[in-house]
Design a protein around this ligand. Structure first.
Ligand SMILES: *Cc1c(COP(=O)(O)O)cnc(C)c1O
Length: 402
């Protein structure tokens, strides 16, 4: 029965990642389609009334409603779980829906969260604004220092939440050290792995409990859809996360699930190629600007740690010019090939000025604390020929006197 081998975990877990990325989770319908079908349906029909009752009782296998189950979405979830090495995965409509669900599903009033200070703007909003509204206290720390997690931990600390590499400063968190500290204390570590994806970094292998994604980024990888995912143990996903998402409804559309599934087929190729190109472009910039923040370059203060826990360092890095916002904006405006855009993980090269875009919503004090300066630009290196990107940057740098 080759039709459903993609769903048989006993078989698929022995496949190598590139095979899992193409075939994991696939469940062919009776038509034997080669590419996965898009089941754009909100509901399901039953052969008889007793079947409907049995399915609602849980005595009969099958789907009842697409907020709860959908065949296309399930294929994607199985594929991501396989790639991540996780027992289970659930997807959501966006990365932020995934982050919110991963935190709120397990927290309650009186709990405490320790979070990395360098984070995606909306992740900081969850920590600084949303959680405290419900009586969940939070402490924001410099996550580069594992000791800072220990110092911030209280008896009521329930979760450590951080990303690595962190957006946009490219701070690296020592996964083994921090997840180990969490385990010793019975604290749940939630890692936002959007910058890396399982191709570049697998936090569960370093002891993380929960891995959360914006699949909008490298997983789709072609700037088409928003999506999110949360991976963890069967116990966490089935007993803690599932009730929260089924009843609050941050459901991923089957169409968007299909697009991300197609993205996963080429994820390994794209992530490695874009990492190589980003290193080449980063080396060029090192000779031209004040400071390059790229974990793949020996000049990055945490280069050795990045190389120890990542397979490659990804398409995204930051750099600083010396003339503040005026020069940074001037450089963006002088680009002819690279787009001015705040997305990342795209197959197109995109550049943004974080302090006036992605991090404009956080206060200047918080930006300074995170290391997001007016001089900083963030570059996502795409699949174009890196020499054309270097030509474009060279021209733009000259235009602003660099
Ligand atoms: C983009 C991003 C998110 C949010 O994901 P969306 O899909 O845009 O909702 C969260 N964390 C990180 C690190 C991101 O880069």
């Amino acid at each position: 029965m080759k039709r459903r081998t993609g769903q048989d975990r006993a078989i698929t877990q022995n496949w190598r990642p590139a095979t899992q990325a193409v075939r994991g989770g696939t469940a062919r319908s009776e038509f034997g389609e080669t590419s996965e079908a898009i089941f754009l349906t909100s509901g399901y029909a039953y052969d008889c009334a007793e079947d409907a009752a049995a399915r609602f009782r849980g005595d009969q296998q099958g789907m009842t409603y697409s907020r709860l189950q959908n065949p296309t979405v399930q294929m994607l979830e199985q594929r991501i779980a396989l790639l991540e090495g996780a027992a289970a995965c659930r997807t959501m409509a966006s990365g932020m829906a995934a982050m919110t669900a991963a935190l709120l599903c397990q927290l309650q009033t009186g709990d405490h969260v320790v979070a990395g200070r360098a984070a995606f703007g909306s992740c900081r909003w969850l920590v600084d604004t949303l959680l405290p509204k419900f009586g969940i206290t939070t402490t924001v720390i410099d996550a580069r220092d594992p000791q800072a997690f220990i110092d911030a931990t209280r008896p009521e600390t329930k979760v450590y939440f951080f990303e690595t590499p962190a957006n946009p400063t490219m701070d690296i968190v020592d996964l083994a050290a921090v997840c180990g500290i969490a385990k010793e204390r019975g604290i749940v570590s939630v890692v936002d792995n959007a910058f890396a994806t399982p191709v570049l970094q697998r936090p569960l292998e370093f002891g993380a409990d929960v891995v959360a994604y914006s699949a909008t980024k490298l997983m789709d990888g072609q700037g088409r859809v928003l999506a999110g995912a949360v991976c963890g143990t069967e116990e966490f996903v089935e007993n803690t996360l599932l009730a929260f998402i089924r009843n609050t409804g941050p459901t991923l559309s089957p169409f968007n699930a299909w697009v991300v599934m197609k993205g996963l087929e080429t994820l390994d190729l794209r992530a490695r190629r874009q990492s190589d190109s980003a290193l080449q472009v980063g080396k060029f910039l090192e000779g031209r600007v004040q400071r390059v923040l790229h974990p793949g370059l020996p000049s990055h203060p945490q280069h050795n740690l990045a190389m120890a826990q990542m397979n490659a360092t990804g398409p995204i890095f930051a750099f600083e010019v010396d003339g503040g916002r005026t020069q940074a904006h001037g450089l963006l405006d002088a680009l002819e090939l690279i787009d001015i855009s705040n997305n990342i993980g795209d197959s197109r090269s995109l550049m943004t000025h974080p302090s006036s875009t992605t991090h404009a919503g956080v206060s200047e004090e918080v930006r300074t604390d995170m290391g997001v300066t007016e001089n900083m630009l963030r570059l996502n290196v795409g699949l174009e020929d890196p020499l054309d990107l270097i030509d474009d940057l060279d021209r733009a740098l000259k235009a602003v006197g660099l």
